[in-house]
Design a protein around this ligand. Structure first.
Ligand SMILES: N[C@@H](CCC(=O)N[C@@H](CS)C(=O)NCC(=O)O)C(=O)O
Length: 221
């Protein structure tokens, strides 16, 4: 198979996997774990010298960094009929990539925004409220992260007053990039209550069958 996605679905590999599921791509999933040294073998370091998952291998074109993987797949595997930026998606498969330069601007800015402004704090909330064994959790770190995240989420909340999805009125790869990070902060119930539009948008994104399929893969990992 020429398209491979490396990384367990219970990791940032969920981002390219979500794109692949939305687009109905045929791919080989190599569910490499991130613990236990599997990402530090000479074979894997030859694929990603950072020693991290995910990696997309598109017939020898190697993409690492989860957001880059998601953006790459959305653009590379645009459904037929959507090959030019101006084309409409009438193929039945969702068009996750940009149709216009204005949409491209939205997709890029929100995808970069979420990794630089939100990911660290969302991860702290996930780790210290949900993932870590109770005795290792530091609730104070989750509380501080939640307070910091209120700033950027306020920006998103305002944006969602003007549109249903991040790049306008249709679901795009920008929604995948941002929702896949903000799902880590869902246990921040007070913060979500302060941002009702964001919370509703997040629920809508996470209710998509493609996301549910990736979550099922993660749960069976
Ligand atoms: N910025 C990178 C971070 C990748 C990352 O930290 N991946 C974790 C799993 S979610 C990993 O591979 N950890 C293994 C390690 O650091 O040894 C991305 O978004 O792809």
């Amino acid at each position: 198979m020429t398209l491979k996605i490396y990384g367990t679905a219970a990791s940032r590999a969920a981002r390219p996997l979500w794109v692949a599921q939305e687009l109905g791509l045929v791919y080989e999933h190599i569910p490499l774990p991130y613990l236990g040294g599997a990402t530090r073998t000479p074979e894997f370091l030859a694929i990603n010298p950072n020693g991290r998952i995910p990696v997309v291998d598109d017939d020898g074109v190697l993409v690492w960094e989860s957001m880059a993987c998601a953006l790459y797949l959305a653009e590379r595997f645009k459904p037929p009929g959507a090959r030019s930026l101006a084309a409409q998606n009438d193929a039945g498969t969702p068009l996750l990539a940009a149709r216009s330069h204005a949409e491209l601007a939205e997709i890029l800015r929100w995808s970069f925004w979420v990794v630089t402004e939100c990911e660290k704090d969302a991860l702290a909330i996930l780790m210290h409220r949900v993932l870590m064994p109770a005795e290792r959790r530091k609730p104070q770190l989750a509380d501080e992260a939640e307070r910091r995240l209120a700033g950027p989420l306020g920006v998103l909340e305002q944006h969602l007053q003007t549109c249903s999805y991040l790049a306008g009125e249709r679901f795009t790869v920008a929604d995948i990039c941002v929702a896949s990070v903000l799902t880590w902060a869902q246990s921040a119930t007070q913060l979500m209550a302060q941002c009702p539009r964001t919370a509703q948008w997040l629920r809508t994104c996470l209710a998509r069958p493609a996301f549910k399929a990736v979550r099922a893969m993660a749960q069976s990992a």
